[in-house]
Design a protein around this ligand. Sequence first.
Ligand code: AMP
Length: 502
Amino acid sequence: MMRNPPTLNPHVDLLERFRACARLHPNRVAHRSADRSLTYAELASGIDATAALIWSQLSPDGSPVVIVGHKEPEMLMGFLGSVQAGHPYIPLDTSLPAKRIEQIIANSGARLVLTPQRVGEAIDRTPRAKRRPEASIDADAAFYIIFTSGSTGTPKGVTITLDNLTGFVDWMRREQDFQPGGETFLNQAPFSFDLSVMDTYSSLTTGGTLVSLTAREIETPRLLFDTLRSSGITTWVSTPSFANWCLAQRDWDARMLPRLRRFLFCGETLPIALAGELLERFPDAAVWNTYGPTEATVATTSIRIRPSMLSHYATLPVGAPRPGTRIVLVDAVGQYLAAEGASGEIIIAGRNVSPGYLNQPDLTSARFFDFEGQRAYRTGDIGHFEDGLLFFDGRVDDQIKLNGYRIELGDVESNIRALPEVREAIVVPVERDGRVESLIGFVATDVLTPGETDFQTSQRLRRALFERVPAYMVPRTLRRVERWPLTPNGKVDRRALARLAP
Ligand code: AMP
């Protein structure tokens, strides 16, 4: 008698779903990155060895474990090894400057920092029998903490629980109907950004293959498109900016990615022109726009973009909230706006909302609250509903997206002001076609280096800034100003400064 192949039970914890994949298909490729490839069995064994290492180093107090690396498979071992040992993890990419990494470690209270090398050594040293056996964590326990830009110049850590993440992964799996064992996911975003959570856990809990792009591949078009050509990916997960950049490659189309079934975008506005071009180049792939902040577990709304939408709307919708999640709009004084078309701040309420910022109760209570019995988050995003769909209309504050990266202008300004000779700094976004293209900084400095041109001063200050903030936060130029343009009530006139930008 023919027996049905064993299937995964989706109603168990995420770690157990991963382990089930490893038991059912130990030889299936779980992760590929650069020239390395790792099976489910190898990944599971590495996770056990990492859990054993963490167990031997830390008391079970739930303190976070920082994992600093790039796209190495040991990063995944570090993530799930931490959780298996009862500790949430903080993923940090090596592209971050050392100062920023130190700052995050200090503020997080982490007592253990792992690197791919350390994880690799643990695997070599730990005999199979000593590897940490299965353990499980509570649904309300922190699973990961992702740090994002903070307006005061210090990154803030968003805590995401096992329950937050499980709800997200379940929604994605159901909505996208991922085929167990049949998907190959593109992992473009660094693990330190929560967009990577979409591909990583969708893949590892459904027996998929995760194909990570390294920074070197992304910077080298020949390598990048060679990797894509041989990737076999079925699910593309990236920022719209990255896909937009790929468009320059003429043969980036269905012939290069014949198995591609869907694009999943999140993190910034999906331009109509990009969606249109993708629908033409990849006629068999669906294009999805999803929206949401890190604080509400990767994405909260979604919509499949149909060709008819491209000419129907001025901007593309970000969709409808996932089941069980509510979106309400409020005006400047917090009044609930019910009317279709009314524009207001987007509030997200539901199971996907984080408990708050790590070790920052004041910031947490400023942005998180209880809304009709559900945890809610004030996003700072402005939106409106049309045809029952949510549209993103901008921000209430100085947070921007540059090439998909979330940046608080205040973060950049505080770090410029921290440079020894800078008295004041204001950073403004340079926009084209409604999209931020670059940043420009205006600075008042005390000390002038004799004989130095403005360009040299700018380059010198930029070099110093690269040591404090990620490269994408460093303004293209830092211009010296003698006198600030002021608004009638005496504040620095940011709009006047923006007009000075080239
Ligand atoms: P992050 O926490 O890095 O994911 O950034 C979240 C912010 O990115 C949101 O609060 C929005 O401002 C913006 N964002 C996310 N998804 C979209 C989208 N689909 N369209 C427009 N903006 C988006």
